[in-house]
Ligand binder design. Structure first.
Ligand code: ZN
Length: 78
């Protein structure tokens, strides 16, 4: 997983998640409102987008949250 194309594909496939502390559960990357991206200052490898901290608004509790990206092998249905 070392190019942006794969990252975008994973997003499109619903396999990228962000964790909401307030809800205590992961939220699909596609369903949250993205507010900001904070790069990891100590990571200089080939796939920085996996190490960014995402600032987002949770669609369920409407709070602003920060989370690292979480990749799931398969989409989980609830
Ligand atoms: Zn939430």
């Amino acid at each position: 997983m070392s190019n942006p194309g794969e990252f975008l594909q994973a997003c499109a496939a619903g396999r990228v998640w962000l964790y909401c502390d307030a809800c205590g559960e992961p939220k699909n990357f596609n369903s949250v409102r993205q507010i900001d991206t904070i790069g990891n200052p100590i990571y200089w490898g080939p796939d920085p987008w996996w190490h960014d901290t995402r600032v987002f608004e949770c669609p369920d509790c409407k709070t602003e949250q920060r989370s690292l990206i979480e990749l799931r092998a398969e989409k989980e249905e609830k």
